[in-house]
Design a protein. Sequence first.
Length: 119
Amino acid sequence: MPGFFVLNIFSLNIKLYICLNFKNIKMENQHNEEHLSPEELAEKKEQMLEFYTDSLPYLDAQLVYEQKLLAIDEARFKRMSLQMQYAMMINEAKNAENGEEDDFDQPETEAPKRKLKKD
């Protein structure tokens, strides 16, 4: 458990460092981009394109995974909805057999007011 807190504090320190130095980091990135020659810029674009192209199979696999999770969640929701509807129908049938009506349909009756004793 103490390791979790150390990791959490470390993570917080990194986030604070990034937030405080964001302006400097942004300026450094702009400064680096200004000094790239057209050949270097084309090479960097090619590297980025290659990176994203290589990542596509992993993203496709993740998409299939997420779609299957969605299908499972939808099936669970439908099953639970049907079970709730079935339970409500059974409850209504039992109430009808017993001659009872739903409590929700009847207006609430007020409790009789208590009278105070007079001395």
